[in-house]
Design a protein around this ligand. Structure first.
Ligand SMILES: [Zn+2]
Length: 99
């Protein structure tokens, strides 16, 4: 038994827009702001020194696991005193829109 799960890596510093991106496998647009639970599931988030380092999500359409990195990009968004965490990521588009 050797089932290999599709696993992709996305560096948020390399994508354009407000944190949304197409699933590397099926092309479904995954938006961090979409909390309907219909498009993706958060499998795990990893923090380092209290700051968000990696988030692994699962595309609900094709089942691919996608690891997101590059959150340091967002540190300067909003209140720099505050640590960027998973909640901030999920609210990212709101923050962009309020600029
Ligand atoms: Zn997909």
């Amino acid at each position: 038994m050797n089932i290999k799960m599709e696993r992709f890596k996305i560096d948020l510093t390399e994508i354009e827009g407000e944190g949304d991106f197409p699933c590397p496998h099926c092309g479904e647009i995954i938006s961090p702001d979409d909390d309907s639970g219909m498009v993706y599931d958060i499998i795990e988030s990893t923090e380092a020194d209290g700051e968000l380092e990696k988030v692994t999500i699962k595309c609900k359409k094709c089942g691919s696991a996608i690891q997101l990195e590059g959150f340091s990009l967002f540190k300067e968004i909003g209140n720099s005193e505050k640590i960027f965490d998973i909640e901030d990521y999920l609210n990212l588009q709101e923050k962009f829109m309020s600029f």
